[in-house]
Design a protein around this ligand. Sequence first.
Ligand code: KG4
Ligand code: ZN
Length: 331
Amino acid sequence: MLVLAIETSCDETAAAVVRDGRTILSNVVSSQVKDHAVYGGVVPEIASRKHLETIPAVVGEALRLADVTLDHVEGVAVTQGPGLAGALLVGLSVAKSIAFARGLPLAGVNHIEAHLAAIFLEREVAYPYLALVVSGGHSHLYRVDGIGRCTTLGQTLDDAAGEAFDKVAKLLGLPYPGGIEIDRLASAGDPDAIAFPRPLLHDGSFNFSFSGLKTAVLSAVKKQGIPEGEKLADFCASFQKAVCHVLVEKTFRAADATGIDRVVVAGGVACNSALRREMAHAAAARGVELMIPSPSLCGDNAAMIAVPGDYYLRCGEQGGLALDARVNWPL
Ligand code: KG4
Ligand code: ZN
């Protein structure tokens, strides 16, 4: 089935054409980062307006790059939530219009489910697997038994991992979005220079908490001022190590506890070079199979929406024209 997928849950306007939920024919992502950077974070009203301005060209480009027209498309998949209400509504309206005008089936997709299924665009994965989804809005650990069959093992009790990266970057005076900037600076730093706390590391649960770590960073900055040069690199590397340590430990403890020896890491923070490296070390040491999508499929994109989308369209589980945005939509 040839699916046109649309994603507008946050600050990326994205459209993709995917065959059978597996083969990417095109995957166009137009980032609004520059429009939000001046405010130090995503401004929901600006996000909606930018989606509205950009989406016709993004959908057109996705069709053009795939070398197809709407005549070839057999189904439409769209992010229904979770995300920013106004931003989601833009994608939903466009998807509904196309589906209505062309008489196509339409499926609403959960953005988090799409993140943890993105790996199928690069390889098959046997069920069950454990999935750590770490993004700007989520830090969740799931047991995945199939599409639509996810069990939450743990989640953040406060900030998401990406949110912690972005807030700490802001405290350090780094540009938005901060995660990628901390990753870049950390590559020249000593990760053992500062012993930042590892929240909830030994609490026996699979939950996370990053706000205490953010407070530790804030008090360090208050005491010594914003570090510069080598000290800034050490600071970033030490903070990054603290976040990665907790994510890696909890994920592999969940693998031990459940006996599941397949782990998928997904979401924007899965682009982090230290997390990829530390996950790979831990997986090799424990004989666990680790799968992390290529960075372009970890961050927000529309191709990943087509993976569960294709499945739901085939099952006939379609929201159709009655689909409404689900701002909060736990898996
Ligand atoms: O999945 P995503 O693109 O959007 C959401 O659904 O939230 O994730 C965005 C998050 C941001 O917080 C960003 O700072 C973080 O992913 N991020 C990174 C890196 N690249 C993106 N965090 C750490 N290191 C990176 N290299
Ligand atoms: Zn996302």
